[in-house]
Design a protein around this ligand. Structure first.
Ligand SMILES: COc1cccc(COC(=O)c2cn[nH]c2)c1
Length: 241
């Protein structure tokens, strides 16, 4: 998979050279390229923004500079991702879908955002354009959101994570449930005990306890997710436990 990030703060993306994503790059599993949007400016001041049409505070990123940059970066079958507070929520399902794409191009907006005609132009040119939000808050730019989404996608790529089982088991992957609480040694720590069932060696009981914990946690912390639960599939899995 190829991932490109276009930003006026390319240094922000240096974190991608570390750990998991860094290993995936050196192993050739991920072709990650970071670009400075200002490389596509033509004026002496390397201007990327201008005042908002219709007035109002702040600045808007110009369509012409973004257009020349994205024309150079987008390849056949690419998905253009625009991190923005006003996009649909990025979830584990989104990460799973994007992990199958040949190329993701992240357009990191700053200021008040990017001229809306950029997304409109590429959509009408047949490019898959996905505006995506990582949460209901406003950041100063899309770079941090791009880091979040790239990590969530990259770790799903075959060979990137040492231990593939841990991808399946974990939170938000099992039937839309939150993850159960985890424990390790020592069996007692500051008078707190590991739940005895986990020390029983009875795998069926452990699996059921974990399932029950995941359901309880989801109901307590994320009632919104309970509404979307596929109870039948839960039942089926429960009967198998
Ligand atoms: C492209 O237009 C804009 C405008 C304003 C801020 C940003 C940066 O993204 C976020 O703030 C964000 C992404 N998910 N949750 C918050 C982009």
């Amino acid at each position: 998979m190829r991932i490109d990030v276009v930003s006026i703060f390319p240094a922000y993306l240096a974190a991608l050279d570390l750990s998991l994503v860094g290993k995936a790059r050196t192993a050739g599993l991920l072709d990650l390229r970071v670009h400075d949007l200002r490389d596509w400016t033509t004026d002496r001041h390397r201007t990327v923004d201008d005042t908002p049409a219709g007035g109002g505070a702040g600045m808007v990123m110009r369509p012409d500079v973004w257009g020349t940059a994205l024309d150079d970066v987008l390849t056949e079958g690419a998905t253009l991702v625009v991190p923005t507070p006003s996009g649909p929520s990025f979830t584990q399902r989104t990460a799973e879908e994007w992990a199958t794409r040949p190329q993701l191009v992240f357009a990191c907006g700053r200021y008040e955002g990017i001229d809306a005609r950029v997304a409109e132009h590429y959509r009408s040119a047949g490019v898959r354009v996905e505006e995506a939000s990582i949460g209901d808050y406003v950041l100063n730019g899309g770079e941090v959101a791009a880091l979040v989404m790239i990590e969530a996608v990259a770790r799903l790529l075959p060979g990137v994570l040492g231990n593939p089982e841990s991808v399946v088991e974990e939170s938000h992957s099992v039937a839309g449930l939150l993850e159960y609480p985890v424990y390790t040694k020592p069996p007692t720590w500051r008078d707190l005990e590991v739940p005895p069932v986990l020390m029983s060696g009875h795998h069926g009981k452990v699996a059921r306890w974990r399932r029950d914990q995941a359901i309880e946690r989801t109901a307590a912390r994320r009632p919104d997710m309970v509404a979307a639960l596929d109870v039948d599939s839960l039942d089926k899995k429960d009967r198998a436990l």
